[in-house]
Write a protein that binds this ligand. Sequence first.
Ligand SMILES: Cc1cc2nc3c(=O)[nH]c(=O)nc-3n(C[C@H](O)[C@H](O)[C@H](O)COP(=O)(O)O)c2cc1C
Length: 483
Amino acid sequence: MASLTIRKLDDGVKTYLRLRSAKNRRSVEEEVRVILRELIEGRQEPLTPFAVPPAQSTAPTPQRSGALPEASVTLIISGGIAAYKSLDLIRRLKERRIEVRCVLTKAAQQFVTPLAVSALSHERVYTDLFDPQSEFDAGHIRLARDCDLIVVAPATADLLAKMANGHADDLASAILLATNRKVLLAPAMNPLMWNNAATRRNIAQLQRDGVVLIGPNSGEMAEAGEAGIGRMSEAIEIATAAERLLRPPVPRPLAGKRVLITAGPTHEPIDPVRYIANRSSGKQGFAIAAAAQAAGADVILVSGPVDLSDPQGVTVKRVESARQMLDQVQAALPVDIAIFAAAVADWRVASEGEQKLKKTSAGMPPLQLIENPDILATISKLTDRRPPLVIGFAAETEHLIDNAKSKLARKGCDWIVANDVSPATGVMGGDRNTVHLISRKNGEEGGEIAVDSWPVMTKEQVAIELVAHVVKSVTDKSREPAS
Ligand SMILES: Cc1cc2nc3c(=O)[nH]c(=O)nc-3n(C[C@H](O)[C@H](O)[C@H](O)COP(=O)(O)O)c2cc1C
């Protein structure tokens, strides 16, 4: 059987192999085996070894929507008695959809075997700085940077000392010196080692250098009769800390708040097949619902007939007419914040035809219109269950600000979001919006009115900005002293 010396290959082939194996996280030798197997089995894509793929980005792995974002960790296991707990840590990280590549120090191999670590991580294990296979493509640099986080568990007193002083005389310390990723250390040692002045100095230095520590906990030591601070944190604690560094929790400033939003047009029936409608697409209200949900609110969206799918995590009530919308709005009370973005028809037909109206020689049937309930005014003027913050929308085609100011006074709401919906703006049905937030200064009725004009934005950006204003108002109110 022929053997292949990778060093003797052309530079272009070597570069291709180096980048491809790095991308697939295999050793170069393994990558060559895969390529040969693919060739023999008949690969789908043509092999283009000289089309060198773009260099690996050092940015964290992009998030996939829906599922948990994928992440990868280089786990360094150093030579402490707690190394056995790292086997459980590998499992805990993998449960969280975190890929794990392990590095064992020489001393660590006295406590756990590379075979066990490899079997649990489903990856090859790295042990040597001077490993011709992995160092062919500067493996220690790849292990240092081709991951989102480095975890050292257990971190021995010896490895802490090396790190604090910038040593790089084995694979673990070389990786820790060469990395630009965050490092999470889980120290584990005898309490006397932990309290030793040298370890104290090293820990203080490492904290100044920005490494993150978890533990150690206090408790009984492996050494009979000894107890104190020095036990490595449990695997589940380390995995949770790693996950928090990899996927920081999203702030949820509206957690615990109920937000009611209306969106879209209403359809006011003339007869069983005809209706009065308007051009509202519902996009702005749906975007606000999604933004409020992302801010942690419990969102109820009451929507007229629109061609939009339910925003994730939002309770959606679909209605047709203004009266049905009012019913659903009232059923949703009490809420903390109500945002009325729907374009509710002002009028409906006085008596809806039970059968389809027929064309007759008598000419056009007279359509008598009557006023629809005013949802914004009705809820703003409630004496009992009025939401603490009521926001209306004013869609105007002329005298935008003046009309919006008088609407604020007339309806009794707290804020008006005014937008120009003249056909030239393309706002109705479009993706962008130019809005003005009209509110009472100091929130007092009859007080001075403030107009905050926002630049042209997408409807999603308007939604995020509006929710940011809501968050500020809610936070400011919660800071006010109780009267
Ligand atoms: C049985 C045994 C248990 C040990 N446990 C620890 C420990 O928990 N923490 C520690 O810092 N060192 C411990 N050591 C000492 C380390 O193994 C030693 O300092 C070694 O050089 C560490 O190498 P490393 O940091 O490269 O893994 C232990 C040694 C032995 C023999």
